[in-house]
Design a protein around this ligand. Sequence first.
Ligand SMILES: [Fe+2]
Length: 150
Amino acid sequence: MADQTLIEHLNEILKHEWTGVAQYSQAGFIIEGVWREVYADKFLGDAKESFGHARLIGDKIVALGGVPVATRNEIQQSRDLNEIFTFSLAFEAKAVEMYCKAIELAGDDKALVIFLEDILKEEQDGVDEYTKLLRSSSATSAANPTLKAG
Ligand SMILES: [Fe+2]
């Protein structure tokens, strides 16, 4: 049986991924106006990514002899696109932190480290993506002079 600390941490990750499923789905459901065309699918896609990670982690917890949690944390929601991006960036950054810690706990288990690194890479992609979205959403505001035609 694997280290209890590792299984507990993987369960914290699983809870975070379930939170992502609900938080991104909700963002996709409630977005209205013209940006709905652009972002509803993007948010539902992120919910699917979280579900994919939840599935991988849940299966791994069982493989390690643990029992996966079926609970989640509170979600953060808003109708303001910029605020959704901010919540999403925080969500992805927390995931990066949690997977980094899991990799530390995996220690010498090379296969587990690689398994976690593969997911970590996708979480970092999420951080990069939302960082850029937050940048471009301020760049598209009329107040930003860099966008004016020169
Ligand atoms: Fe994830």
